[in-house]
Design a protein around this ligand. Sequence first.
Ligand SMILES: Cc1cc2nc3c(=O)[nH]c(=O)nc-3n(C[C@H](O)[C@H](O)[C@H](O)COP(=O)(O)OP(=O)(O)OC[C@H]3O[C@@H](n4cnc5c(N)ncnc54)[C@H](O)[C@@H]3O)c2cc1C
Length: 457
Amino acid sequence: MLTADPAEVGSVLSGELAGRVLTAPESTERYRFDQSLGSTAGYPAAVVLAAGRNDVVTTLAIAQHLRIPVVPRGAGSGLAGGANALDGAIVLDLAGMDRIIGIEPRARTAVVEPGVLNAALDLAARTHGLRYAPDPGSKEISTIGGNIATNAGGMCCAKYGVTRDHVLQVTAVLAGGQVIEVGRATRKDVAGLDLRSLLVGSEGTLGVIVEATMRLIPVPGRTSTAAVTFASPAAALDAVLAMTAAATPSTLEFLDRTTVRAVNRSTRMGLDEDAGATLVLQCDGPHAQADLEACADLARASGAWDVFVAHDEEDGTALMQARRMALPALEQLGSVILDDVCVPVHRLPEMQVRVEEVAAALQVTIGSFGHAADGNLHPTIVFDAADDRARGRARTAFDRIVEAALDLDGTVTGEHGIGGLKTAHLDRQVGSVERALMRGVKQAFDPFGILNPGRGY
Ligand SMILES: Cc1cc2nc3c(=O)[nH]c(=O)nc-3n(C[C@H](O)[C@H](O)[C@H](O)COP(=O)(O)OP(=O)(O)OC[C@H]3O[C@@H](n4cnc5c(N)ncnc54)[C@H](O)[C@@H]3O)c2cc1C
Protein backbone atom coordinates (compact mmCIF):
# COMPACT_ATOMS: atom_id res chain seq x y z
CA MET A 1 0.00 0.00 0.00
CA LEU A 2 2.83 2.45 0.84
CA THR A 3 3.26 4.92 -2.01
CA ALA A 4 4.84 7.93 -0.27
CA ASP A 5 8.21 8.01 1.42
CA PRO A 6 8.20 8.63 5.17
CA ALA A 7 9.90 12.04 4.86
CA GLU A 8 7.16 13.22 2.50
CA VAL A 9 4.43 11.96 4.86
CA GLY A 10 6.01 13.83 7.78
CA SER A 11 6.38 17.06 5.87
CA VAL A 12 2.83 17.03 4.41
CA LEU A 13 1.37 16.34 7.87
CA SER A 14 3.56 18.99 9.56
CA GLY A 15 2.40 21.54 6.99
CA GLU A 16 -1.22 21.04 8.09
CA LEU A 17 -0.81 20.12 11.76
CA ALA A 18 2.16 22.18 12.92
CA GLY A 19 3.46 21.21 16.36
CA ARG A 20 1.38 18.04 16.56
CA VAL A 21 3.46 15.74 14.37
CA LEU A 22 6.40 13.64 15.57
CA THR A 23 8.80 12.13 13.06
CA ALA A 24 12.12 11.69 14.88
CA PRO A 25 12.64 8.00 15.71
CA GLU A 26 13.52 8.85 19.33
CA SER A 27 10.11 10.52 19.81
CA THR A 28 8.02 8.01 17.84
CA GLU A 29 9.57 4.97 19.58
CA ARG A 30 7.16 5.07 22.54
CA TYR A 31 4.19 4.82 20.14
CA ARG A 32 5.36 1.60 18.49
CA PHE A 33 4.02 -1.01 20.90
CA ASP A 34 0.99 -1.58 23.06
CA GLN A 35 1.25 -3.68 26.24
CA SER A 36 1.12 -7.07 24.50
CA LEU A 37 4.19 -9.25 24.67
CA GLY A 38 5.04 -11.46 21.74
CA SER A 39 3.57 -9.06 19.19
CA THR A 40 5.57 -7.35 16.45
CA ALA A 41 5.63 -3.66 15.46
CA GLY A 42 6.95 -1.62 12.55
CA TYR A 43 8.50 1.85 12.38
CA PRO A 44 5.94 4.61 11.74
CA ALA A 45 6.57 7.45 9.32
CA ALA A 46 4.94 9.86 11.78
CA VAL A 47 2.87 10.14 14.92
CA VAL A 48 0.02 12.67 14.97
CA LEU A 49 -0.97 13.92 18.42
CA ALA A 50 -4.60 14.77 17.64
CA ALA A 51 -5.93 17.74 19.61
CA GLY A 52 -9.44 17.70 18.11
CA ARG A 53 -11.75 16.22 15.51
CA ASN A 54 -10.37 18.40 12.72
CA ASP A 55 -6.90 16.95 13.24
CA VAL A 56 -8.33 13.48 12.72
CA VAL A 57 -10.18 14.56 9.57
CA THR A 58 -7.03 16.20 8.19
CA THR A 59 -4.86 13.18 8.99
CA LEU A 60 -7.24 10.70 7.37
CA ALA A 61 -7.69 12.86 4.27
CA ILE A 62 -3.92 13.08 3.81
CA ALA A 63 -3.46 9.38 4.53
CA GLN A 64 -6.00 8.36 1.92
CA HIS A 65 -4.55 10.77 -0.62
CA LEU A 66 -1.05 9.36 -0.07
CA ARG A 67 -2.34 5.77 0.47
CA ILE A 68 -0.64 5.57 3.84
CA PRO A 69 -1.94 3.22 6.58
CA VAL A 70 -3.19 4.78 9.82
CA VAL A 71 -3.04 3.08 13.21
CA PRO A 72 -5.45 4.69 15.70
CA ARG A 73 -4.11 4.65 19.24
CA GLY A 74 -5.66 5.35 22.63
CA ALA A 75 -3.55 4.67 25.71
CA GLY A 76 -1.67 1.73 24.15
CA SER A 77 -2.80 -0.57 26.99
CA GLY A 78 -4.11 -3.13 24.49
CA LEU A 79 -3.01 -6.76 24.81
CA ALA A 80 -3.35 -7.93 21.19
CA GLY A 81 -0.93 -5.65 19.34
CA GLY A 82 -3.83 -3.76 17.70
CA ALA A 83 -2.29 -0.33 18.33
CA ASN A 84 1.24 -1.40 17.37
CA ALA A 85 2.80 0.72 14.61
CA LEU A 86 3.06 -0.57 11.06
CA ASP A 87 6.05 0.25 8.85
CA GLY A 88 5.62 3.63 7.17
CA ALA A 89 2.24 4.21 8.83
CA ILE A 90 0.82 7.22 10.64
CA VAL A 91 0.10 6.45 14.28
CA LEU A 92 -2.89 8.61 15.19
CA ASP A 93 -2.73 9.24 18.92
CA LEU A 94 -6.10 10.19 20.41
CA ALA A 95 -5.11 10.31 24.07
CA GLY A 96 -5.01 14.12 24.04
CA MET A 97 -8.68 14.36 23.06
CA ASP A 98 -9.74 13.83 26.65
CA ARG A 99 -12.66 16.19 27.32
CA ILE A 100 -15.84 15.04 29.00
CA ILE A 101 -18.15 17.19 26.89
CA GLY A 102 -21.20 16.82 29.10
CA ILE A 103 -23.18 14.61 31.45
CA GLU A 104 -27.00 14.53 31.30
CA PRO A 105 -28.12 12.94 34.59
CA ARG A 106 -31.80 12.80 33.57
CA ALA A 107 -31.00 10.66 30.53
CA ARG A 108 -28.07 8.98 32.35
CA THR A 109 -25.68 9.70 29.51
CA ALA A 110 -22.23 11.21 29.08
CA VAL A 111 -20.76 12.63 25.88
CA VAL A 112 -17.00 12.16 25.75
CA GLU A 113 -13.99 12.51 23.51
CA PRO A 114 -12.13 9.24 22.83
CA GLY A 115 -9.10 9.96 25.02
CA VAL A 116 -11.10 10.20 28.28
CA LEU A 117 -9.82 7.54 30.67
CA ASN A 118 -12.35 4.95 31.78
CA ALA A 119 -11.77 5.79 35.48
CA ALA A 120 -12.11 9.54 34.80
CA LEU A 121 -15.54 9.02 33.25
CA ASP A 122 -16.62 6.87 36.18
CA LEU A 123 -15.40 9.50 38.65
CA ALA A 124 -17.19 12.33 36.84
CA ALA A 125 -20.41 10.27 36.69
CA ARG A 126 -20.25 9.67 40.46
CA THR A 127 -20.63 13.40 41.13
CA HIS A 128 -24.16 12.90 39.74
CA GLY A 129 -24.87 9.71 41.73
CA LEU A 130 -24.15 7.67 38.59
CA ARG A 131 -21.35 5.40 37.42
CA TYR A 132 -19.78 4.13 34.24
CA ALA A 133 -19.99 0.38 34.76
CA PRO A 134 -17.53 -1.45 32.44
CA ASP A 135 -14.33 -1.77 34.44
CA PRO A 136 -11.40 -3.44 32.66
CA GLY A 137 -8.41 -4.19 34.87
CA SER A 138 -6.83 -1.25 33.03
CA LYS A 139 -9.59 1.24 33.93
CA GLU A 140 -7.11 3.74 35.38
CA ILE A 141 -5.04 3.84 32.18
CA SER A 142 -7.21 2.85 29.20
CA THR A 143 -9.32 5.24 27.12
CA ILE A 144 -13.00 5.10 26.27
CA GLY A 145 -12.07 5.19 22.56
CA GLY A 146 -9.84 2.13 23.03
CA ASN A 147 -12.51 0.43 25.18
CA ILE A 148 -15.08 0.93 22.42
CA ALA A 149 -12.68 -0.17 19.68
CA THR A 150 -11.91 -3.40 21.57
CA ASN A 151 -15.36 -3.83 23.15
CA ALA A 152 -13.53 -4.11 26.46
CA GLY A 153 -14.85 -6.30 29.23
CA GLY A 154 -13.85 -6.25 32.86
CA MET A 155 -14.69 -7.34 36.38
CA CYS A 156 -18.38 -6.42 36.60
CA CYS A 157 -19.51 -7.67 33.17
CA ALA A 158 -21.10 -10.64 34.93
CA LYS A 159 -23.93 -8.33 35.94
CA TYR A 160 -23.58 -5.20 33.82
CA GLY A 161 -22.36 -6.42 30.43
CA VAL A 162 -19.43 -5.30 28.30
CA THR A 163 -18.62 -1.92 26.70
CA ARG A 164 -21.01 -2.58 23.78
CA ASP A 165 -23.93 -2.53 26.22
CA HIS A 166 -22.98 1.00 27.31
CA VAL A 167 -22.39 2.72 23.95
CA LEU A 168 -25.34 4.65 22.58
CA GLN A 169 -23.91 6.83 19.84
CA VAL A 170 -20.55 7.10 18.12
CA THR A 171 -19.10 9.83 15.95
CA ALA A 172 -16.31 8.48 13.79
CA VAL A 173 -14.10 9.68 10.97
CA LEU A 174 -13.80 7.37 7.98
CA ALA A 175 -10.67 6.87 5.92
CA GLY A 176 -10.59 9.90 3.62
CA GLY A 177 -11.97 12.22 6.31
CA GLN A 178 -15.75 11.85 6.12
CA VAL A 179 -17.50 12.18 9.52
CA ILE A 180 -20.32 9.76 10.40
CA GLU A 181 -22.69 9.58 13.37
CA VAL A 182 -24.05 6.12 14.18
CA GLY A 183 -26.51 5.07 16.86
CA ARG A 184 -28.63 7.49 18.85
CA ALA A 185 -28.54 8.95 22.36
CA THR A 186 -31.79 7.19 23.15
CA ARG A 187 -32.49 4.07 25.18
CA LYS A 188 -34.02 2.38 22.16
CA ASP A 189 -33.13 2.65 18.48
CA VAL A 190 -33.91 0.18 15.71
CA ALA A 191 -33.62 2.55 12.76
CA GLY A 192 -31.73 0.84 9.95
CA LEU A 193 -28.78 -1.50 10.24
CA ASP A 194 -26.86 -1.20 13.51
CA LEU A 195 -23.64 0.45 12.30
CA ARG A 196 -22.80 1.52 15.85
CA SER A 197 -22.40 -2.13 16.84
CA LEU A 198 -20.13 -2.69 13.85
CA LEU A 199 -17.78 0.04 15.09
CA VAL A 200 -17.74 -1.39 18.61
CA GLY A 201 -14.94 -3.96 18.68
CA SER A 202 -13.71 -3.07 15.19
CA GLU A 203 -10.15 -2.50 16.49
CA GLY A 204 -9.56 0.72 14.56
CA THR A 205 -10.23 -0.92 11.19
CA LEU A 206 -13.48 0.82 10.17
CA GLY A 207 -13.31 4.37 11.50
CA VAL A 208 -11.63 6.56 14.09
CA ILE A 209 -13.90 7.27 17.03
CA VAL A 210 -13.82 10.99 17.89
CA GLU A 211 -16.84 11.25 20.17
CA ALA A 212 -19.22 8.88 21.93
CA THR A 213 -22.36 9.02 24.03
CA MET A 214 -22.06 6.50 26.82
CA ARG A 215 -24.74 5.05 29.06
CA LEU A 216 -24.40 5.62 32.79
CA ILE A 217 -26.18 3.69 35.55
CA PRO A 218 -27.06 4.54 39.14
CA VAL A 219 -24.42 3.85 41.81
CA PRO A 220 -25.52 0.58 43.44
CA GLY A 221 -25.42 1.90 47.00
CA ARG A 222 -24.10 -1.10 48.89
CA THR A 223 -21.28 -3.42 47.82
CA SER A 224 -20.13 -6.56 49.65
CA THR A 225 -16.97 -8.46 48.77
CA ALA A 226 -15.50 -11.84 49.73
CA ALA A 227 -12.53 -14.05 48.96
CA VAL A 228 -13.32 -17.77 48.90
CA THR A 229 -10.66 -20.47 48.86
CA PHE A 230 -10.87 -24.02 47.53
CA ALA A 231 -8.71 -27.14 47.51
CA SER A 232 -8.56 -27.18 43.72
CA PRO A 233 -9.45 -25.15 40.62
CA ALA A 234 -12.09 -27.79 39.84
CA ALA A 235 -13.88 -27.17 43.15
CA ALA A 236 -13.69 -23.39 42.64
CA LEU A 237 -15.14 -23.64 39.15
CA ASP A 238 -17.93 -25.96 40.33
CA ALA A 239 -18.81 -23.19 42.79
CA VAL A 240 -18.79 -20.67 39.92
CA LEU A 241 -21.38 -22.78 38.09
CA ALA A 242 -23.53 -23.06 41.20
CA MET A 243 -23.38 -19.30 41.74
CA THR A 244 -24.04 -18.26 38.15
CA ALA A 245 -27.02 -20.65 38.00
CA ALA A 246 -28.68 -19.29 41.13
CA ALA A 247 -27.43 -15.72 41.69
CA THR A 248 -26.08 -12.64 39.92
CA PRO A 249 -22.87 -11.53 41.57
CA SER A 250 -21.51 -8.34 40.03
CA THR A 251 -17.98 -9.78 40.10
CA LEU A 252 -16.83 -13.38 40.16
CA GLU A 253 -13.10 -13.66 39.51
CA PHE A 254 -10.94 -16.79 39.50
CA LEU A 255 -7.26 -16.95 40.51
CA ASP A 256 -5.23 -20.16 40.53
CA ARG A 257 -2.49 -20.83 43.06
CA THR A 258 0.34 -19.60 40.79
CA THR A 259 -1.45 -16.29 40.37
CA VAL A 260 -2.23 -15.94 44.09
CA ARG A 261 1.42 -16.56 44.96
CA ALA A 262 2.53 -13.92 42.43
CA VAL A 263 0.02 -11.41 43.82
CA ASN A 264 1.21 -12.04 47.37
CA ARG A 265 4.83 -11.57 46.30
CA SER A 266 4.15 -8.22 44.73
CA THR A 267 1.51 -6.82 47.11
CA ARG A 268 1.93 -8.60 50.46
CA MET A 269 -1.87 -9.12 50.44
CA GLY A 270 -1.52 -12.29 52.47
CA LEU A 271 -3.99 -14.36 50.40
CA ASP A 272 -4.02 -18.08 51.24
CA GLU A 273 -1.21 -19.59 49.17
CA ASP A 274 -2.02 -23.20 50.06
CA ALA A 275 -5.44 -23.05 48.43
CA GLY A 276 -5.66 -24.62 44.98
CA ALA A 277 -7.74 -21.66 43.77
CA THR A 278 -9.41 -18.51 45.06
CA LEU A 279 -12.56 -16.70 43.95
CA VAL A 280 -13.00 -12.97 44.52
CA LEU A 281 -16.68 -12.28 44.58
CA GLN A 282 -18.72 -9.11 44.87
CA CYS A 283 -22.46 -8.43 45.13
CA ASP A 284 -24.01 -4.99 44.93
CA GLY A 285 -27.36 -3.30 45.34
CA PRO A 286 -29.73 -2.96 48.31
CA HIS A 287 -29.45 -6.67 49.19
CA ALA A 288 -25.71 -6.94 48.64
CA GLN A 289 -24.93 -8.55 52.00
CA ALA A 290 -27.73 -11.14 51.75
CA ASP A 291 -26.80 -11.94 48.12
CA LEU A 292 -23.16 -12.40 49.13
CA GLU A 293 -24.18 -14.73 51.98
CA ALA A 294 -26.27 -16.76 49.52
CA CYS A 295 -23.27 -17.06 47.17
CA ALA A 296 -21.04 -18.00 50.11
CA ASP A 297 -23.48 -20.80 51.05
CA LEU A 298 -23.36 -22.11 47.48
CA ALA A 299 -19.54 -21.99 47.62
CA ARG A 300 -19.53 -23.92 50.90
CA ALA A 301 -21.85 -26.52 49.38
CA SER A 302 -19.26 -26.89 46.59
CA GLY A 303 -16.57 -27.60 49.19
CA ALA A 304 -15.09 -24.13 49.86
CA TRP A 305 -12.27 -24.21 52.41
CA ASP A 306 -12.77 -20.73 53.74
CA VAL A 307 -14.96 -17.69 53.11
CA PHE A 308 -13.40 -14.36 54.07
CA VAL A 309 -15.99 -11.57 53.94
CA ALA A 310 -14.51 -8.08 53.74
CA HIS A 311 -15.47 -6.07 56.85
CA ASP A 312 -15.97 -2.81 55.01
CA GLU A 313 -15.68 -1.21 51.56
CA GLU A 314 -11.99 -0.47 52.14
CA ASP A 315 -11.22 -4.16 52.68
CA GLY A 316 -13.38 -4.97 49.66
CA THR A 317 -11.46 -2.49 47.51
CA ALA A 318 -8.18 -4.10 48.64
CA LEU A 319 -9.42 -7.53 47.55
CA MET A 320 -10.46 -6.18 44.16
CA GLN A 321 -7.09 -4.45 43.87
CA ALA A 322 -5.39 -7.79 44.55
CA ARG A 323 -7.28 -9.25 41.61
CA ARG A 324 -6.34 -6.27 39.41
CA MET A 325 -2.70 -7.00 40.28
CA ALA A 326 -2.85 -10.51 38.76
CA LEU A 327 -1.21 -9.60 35.46
CA PRO A 328 1.38 -7.09 36.76
CA ALA A 329 2.29 -9.60 39.50
CA LEU A 330 2.82 -12.47 37.02
CA GLU A 331 4.91 -10.11 34.88
CA GLN A 332 7.32 -9.82 37.79
CA LEU A 333 8.08 -13.56 37.55
CA GLY A 334 9.50 -13.36 34.02
CA SER A 335 8.40 -12.57 30.49
CA VAL A 336 4.76 -13.39 29.90
CA ILE A 337 2.37 -14.13 27.07
CA LEU A 338 -1.16 -13.47 28.18
CA ASP A 339 -3.93 -15.44 26.56
CA ASP A 340 -7.60 -14.48 26.45
CA VAL A 341 -10.09 -17.22 25.77
CA CYS A 342 -13.78 -17.49 26.52
CA VAL A 343 -15.92 -20.62 26.67
CA PRO A 344 -19.57 -21.23 27.54
CA VAL A 345 -19.51 -20.91 31.31
CA HIS A 346 -20.49 -24.55 31.93
CA ARG A 347 -17.33 -25.64 30.06
CA LEU A 348 -15.00 -23.54 32.19
CA PRO A 349 -13.93 -26.47 34.41
CA GLU A 350 -12.86 -28.40 31.26
CA MET A 351 -11.03 -25.31 29.96
CA GLN A 352 -9.00 -24.98 33.13
CA VAL A 353 -8.13 -28.71 32.98
CA ARG A 354 -6.89 -28.19 29.41
CA VAL A 355 -4.75 -25.25 30.57
CA GLU A 356 -3.20 -27.43 33.29
CA GLU A 357 -2.58 -30.22 30.75
CA VAL A 358 -0.81 -27.78 28.42
CA ALA A 359 1.38 -26.55 31.31
CA ALA A 360 2.31 -30.13 32.27
CA ALA A 361 2.93 -31.35 28.70
CA LEU A 362 5.17 -28.43 27.77
CA GLN A 363 6.76 -27.95 31.19
CA VAL A 364 5.79 -24.26 31.33
CA THR A 365 4.50 -22.14 34.20
CA ILE A 366 0.98 -20.85 33.59
CA GLY A 367 -0.85 -18.55 35.98
CA SER A 368 -4.55 -18.76 35.20
CA PHE A 369 -7.03 -16.09 36.25
CA GLY A 370 -10.04 -14.35 34.79
CA HIS A 371 -13.64 -13.34 34.70
CA ALA A 372 -15.10 -16.69 35.73
CA ALA A 373 -18.78 -15.72 35.57
CA ASP A 374 -18.29 -14.91 31.87
CA GLY A 375 -16.31 -18.08 31.13
CA ASN A 376 -13.38 -15.79 30.26
CA LEU A 377 -9.91 -16.95 31.32
CA HIS A 378 -6.51 -15.29 30.94
CA PRO A 379 -3.99 -18.15 31.17
CA THR A 380 -0.65 -16.33 31.40
CA ILE A 381 2.46 -18.19 30.32
CA VAL A 382 5.59 -17.16 32.23
CA PHE A 383 8.92 -17.85 30.55
CA ASP A 384 12.55 -16.80 30.22
CA ALA A 385 12.77 -14.63 27.09
CA ALA A 386 16.53 -15.18 26.87
CA ASP A 387 16.00 -18.93 26.37
CA ASP A 388 14.97 -19.68 22.74
CA ARG A 389 13.50 -23.07 23.61
CA ALA A 390 11.47 -21.63 26.48
CA ARG A 391 10.18 -18.95 24.15
CA GLY A 392 9.13 -21.58 21.60
CA ARG A 393 7.36 -23.65 24.27
CA ALA A 394 5.52 -20.55 25.52
CA ARG A 395 4.29 -19.79 22.01
CA THR A 396 3.15 -23.40 21.55
CA ALA A 397 1.31 -23.24 24.88
CA PHE A 398 -0.44 -20.05 23.77
CA ASP A 399 -1.63 -21.71 20.55
CA ARG A 400 -2.74 -24.91 22.28
CA ILE A 401 -4.82 -22.93 24.79
CA VAL A 402 -6.60 -21.13 21.95
CA GLU A 403 -7.20 -24.46 20.19
CA ALA A 404 -8.60 -25.92 23.43
CA ALA A 405 -11.06 -23.03 23.72
CA LEU A 406 -12.28 -23.73 20.18
CA ASP A 407 -12.63 -27.46 20.97
CA LEU A 408 -14.92 -26.44 23.84
CA ASP A 409 -17.16 -24.25 21.62
CA GLY A 410 -15.42 -21.12 22.86
CA THR A 411 -13.88 -18.12 21.18
CA VAL A 412 -10.24 -17.26 20.45
CA THR A 413 -10.67 -13.94 22.27
CA GLY A 414 -13.23 -12.86 24.83
CA GLU A 415 -12.22 -9.24 25.25
CA HIS A 416 -8.70 -8.32 24.13
CA GLY A 417 -9.37 -8.64 20.41
CA ILE A 418 -7.62 -10.25 17.48
CA GLY A 419 -5.14 -7.40 16.92
CA GLY A 420 -2.02 -8.73 15.26
CA LEU A 421 -1.75 -11.75 17.56
CA LYS A 422 -4.64 -14.01 16.65
CA THR A 423 -5.48 -13.51 12.96
CA ALA A 424 -4.37 -17.07 12.19
CA HIS A 425 -6.61 -18.51 14.92
CA LEU A 426 -9.64 -16.65 13.61
CA ASP A 427 -9.64 -18.88 10.51
CA ARG A 428 -10.67 -21.88 12.58
CA GLN A 429 -13.43 -20.01 14.37
CA VAL A 430 -14.99 -18.08 11.49
CA GLY A 431 -16.03 -19.75 8.25
CA SER A 432 -14.95 -18.53 4.84
CA VAL A 433 -18.37 -17.05 4.00
CA GLU A 434 -18.51 -15.12 7.27
CA ARG A 435 -14.91 -13.98 6.78
CA ALA A 436 -15.78 -12.73 3.29
CA LEU A 437 -18.70 -10.77 4.76
CA MET A 438 -16.33 -9.16 7.26
CA ARG A 439 -14.00 -8.18 4.43
CA GLY A 440 -16.97 -6.79 2.50
CA VAL A 441 -17.86 -4.56 5.45
CA LYS A 442 -14.25 -3.39 5.62
CA GLN A 443 -14.32 -2.61 1.91
CA ALA A 444 -17.52 -0.58 2.31
CA PHE A 445 -16.09 1.51 5.15
CA ASP A 446 -12.50 1.76 3.95
CA PRO A 447 -12.16 0.99 0.22
CA PHE A 448 -8.41 1.68 0.08
CA GLY A 449 -7.61 -0.34 3.21
CA ILE A 450 -6.03 2.61 5.03
CA LEU A 451 -7.26 1.92 8.56
CA ASN A 452 -5.20 -0.51 10.65
CA PRO A 453 -4.73 -2.94 7.74
CA GLY A 454 -4.13 -6.59 8.59
CA ARG A 455 -5.56 -6.18 12.07
CA GLY A 456 -8.66 -7.87 13.37
CA TYR A 457 -9.90 -10.08 10.52
C1 LIG B 1 -3.08 -4.44 33.42
C2 LIG B 1 -4.08 -4.54 32.29
C3 LIG B 1 -5.35 -5.05 32.55
C4 LIG B 1 -6.29 -5.16 31.52
N1 LIG B 1 -7.53 -5.63 31.82
C5 LIG B 1 -8.46 -5.72 30.84
C6 LIG B 1 -9.77 -6.22 31.14
O1 LIG B 1 -10.10 -6.57 32.27
N2 LIG B 1 -10.66 -6.30 30.12
C7 LIG B 1 -10.34 -5.91 28.84
O2 LIG B 1 -11.20 -5.99 27.95
N3 LIG B 1 -9.10 -5.45 28.54
C8 LIG B 1 -8.16 -5.34 29.49
N4 LIG B 1 -6.91 -4.88 29.20
C9 LIG B 1 -6.57 -4.57 27.78
C10 LIG B 1 -6.75 -3.09 27.36
O3 LIG B 1 -6.64 -2.21 28.47
C11 LIG B 1 -8.09 -2.88 26.64
O4 LIG B 1 -8.06 -3.59 25.41
C12 LIG B 1 -8.42 -1.41 26.37
O5 LIG B 1 -9.74 -1.32 25.89
C13 LIG B 1 -7.48 -0.72 25.39
O6 LIG B 1 -7.69 0.69 25.49
P1 LIG B 1 -6.54 1.69 25.02
O7 LIG B 1 -7.04 3.07 25.20
O8 LIG B 1 -5.28 1.40 25.71
O9 LIG B 1 -6.44 1.33 23.48
P2 LIG B 1 -5.17 0.97 22.60
O10 LIG B 1 -4.40 -0.15 23.19
O11 LIG B 1 -4.43 2.21 22.31
O12 LIG B 1 -5.88 0.47 21.25
C14 LIG B 1 -6.60 -0.73 21.24
C15 LIG B 1 -7.27 -0.91 19.87
O13 LIG B 1 -8.26 0.09 19.70
C16 LIG B 1 -7.97 0.91 18.56
N5 LIG B 1 -8.33 2.27 18.95
C17 LIG B 1 -7.92 2.97 20.05
N6 LIG B 1 -8.52 4.15 20.10
C18 LIG B 1 -9.34 4.23 19.02
C19 LIG B 1 -10.23 5.23 18.52
N7 LIG B 1 -10.45 6.38 19.14
N8 LIG B 1 -10.90 4.97 17.36
C20 LIG B 1 -10.73 3.80 16.70
N9 LIG B 1 -9.89 2.83 17.13
C21 LIG B 1 -9.22 3.05 18.29
C22 LIG B 1 -6.51 0.67 18.26
O14 LIG B 1 -6.23 0.83 16.88
C23 LIG B 1 -6.33 -0.76 18.71
O15 LIG B 1 -6.75 -1.64 17.68
C24 LIG B 1 -5.94 -4.75 30.20
C25 LIG B 1 -4.66 -4.24 29.94
C26 LIG B 1 -3.74 -4.13 30.97
C27 LIG B 1 -2.39 -3.57 30.65
